[in-house]
Design a binder for this molecule. Structure first.
Ligand code: PLP
Ligand code: TYF
Length: 397
């Protein structure tokens, strides 16, 4: 049976991560995988997380099964983190949440759930989007189509084209939107644009699915959720897939959530039984550790405050690096203008260089960038910025 299989390529981003690890050049720079790094190039465990883990070690009383939806206190707290404490959808008891193994697990659960709601649903994703979006929805048997989003030429948004395309999306289809810090472009919708999308969803009847994997990495926890909250206040139904990988630094603990908002509480309960049946058919129940950590942090004023501070530090560092990158690259006097880097959000931007230049950066300078020219801004530091800017200027000559 196995000998009939043909080999498949590895995920290019994860492949790049492995190649970087093997590289022995002391000047190597990893701008590939979307993981936050501090000035020393480390991805540390947050102090608030360490404290919550110590608490868990002392106070955990059972390893018995957790239940299909996972940690219910965690689910409640995530709903509030996503929507804010007083959101009308929360107050009307229209939202339900299942803890999921990472944002990816949440998306996969959402995909199967969508399939149960409408076998023929098409999922519309931004051009471009996180590559996993496409493979993950297709793996669930859904059709995936793209709508215009990033303007490669002007390093902005193709908003008018996006709206024209979304006007054609029929009722019953899903439109995936990145809440903030768009992966891979860093270009986000502003509040006015979110409102236009929300009105369109309400009028034409497509169901929004908001993927929020970087809440707090753009402008702030509240600011980064504003589009999501606006949508949730406008439409009857939507899905939300969230991840605690980045903002809590819990990547390998695999913690996220799959939430949906229904028209009313009665519909929400029925739909929730379907969501939980989907969970049961995939992995039965989620693991406990990550949810317990997040629940402990969000349940303690002191730890929440400490987490907010640590998150702000990560965000400020990223935004500072965006300015530094722009200044350093523009100072090289190449024909490109890198000012767009400062206008974009989160860890990613497209540098806008070609494949041969990306290969040269890797082969000659040990600088690792994804093939689309997406860079993880957090991989830059004050120590390596000059080396990086010189290398980019050289390959652009
Ligand atoms: N959605 C987007 C847009 C992402 O960039 C990522 C990756 O980090 C995820 C979802 C999934 O995150 P997780 O690592 O929690 O599965
Ligand atoms: O886009 C990124 O780099 C992150 C991390 O299969 C990631 O979202 C990348 C690829 C992958 C899983 C996570």
């Amino acid at each position: 049976m196995f000998s009939e299989l043909k080999p498949l390529p590895t995920d290019p981003i994860l492949g790049l991560m492995a190649a970087y690890k093997k590289d022995t050049n002391p000047n190597k720079i990893d701008l590939g995988v979307g993981v936050y790094k501090d000035e020393q190039g480390h991805t540390p465990v947050l102090k608030a997380v360490k404290k919550a883990e110590a608490f868990r070690l002392e106070n955990e009383t059972t390893k018995s099964y957790i239940g299909l939806a996972g940690n219910l206190d965690y689910c409640d707290k995530m709903e509030k983190l996503l929507l804010g404490n007083e959101h009308p959808a929360l107050l009307a008891n229209r939202i339900r949440t299942a803890q999921a193994p990472g944002g990816t697990g949440a998306l996969r659960v959402a995909a199967e759930f969508i399939k149960r709601c409408n076998t023929d649903a098409t999922v519309w994703v931004t051009t471009p989007t996180w590559a996993n979006h496409i493979s993950l929805f297709e793996a669930a048997g859904l059709t995936v189509k793209e709508y215009p989003y990033y303007d490669y030429e002007n390093k902005g948004l193709l908003f008018d084209e996006m709206i024209e395309a979304l006007k054609q999306v029929p009722k019953g289809d899903i439109v995936l939107l990145h809440a903030c810090c768009h992966n891979p472009s860093g270009m986000d919708l502003n509040a006015e644009q979110w409102q236009i999308v929300a009105e369109l969803a309400k009028d034409s009847g497509f169901t929004p699915l908001v993927d929020i994997a970087y809440q707090g990495f753009g402008s702030g926890l509240e600011e980064d959720a504003q589009g999501l909250r606006l949508l949730a206040a406008t439409v009857d139904e939507m899905l939300i897939c969230s991840s605690c990988s980045k903002n809590f630094g819990l990547y390998r603990e695999r913690i996220g959530a799959c939430s949906f908002i229904a028209k009313d509480a009665v519909v929400a309960d029925v739909a929730n039984s379907v969501l939980l049946s989907v969970v049961r058919s995939i992995y039965s129940m989620p693991p406990a550790h990550g949810a317990d950590i997040v629940n402990t942090i969000l349940g303690s004023e002191e730890l929440t405050q400490e987490w907010h501070q640590e998150l702000a530090e990560m965000r400020d560092r990223i935004n500072g690096l965006r300015s530094l990158l722009k200044d350093s690259l523009n100072a090289k006097g190449t024909s490109q203008d890198f000012s767009f880097i400062e206008r974009q959000n989160g860890m990613f931007s497209f540098l806008g260089i070609d494949k041969a230049q990306i290969d040269r950066l890797r082969e000659e300078y040990s600088i690792y960038i994804v093939g689309s020219s997406r860079v993880n801004v957090a991989g830059v530091s004050k120590d390596n910025i000059a080396y990086f800017a010189d290398a980019v200027a050289t390959v652009l000559k």
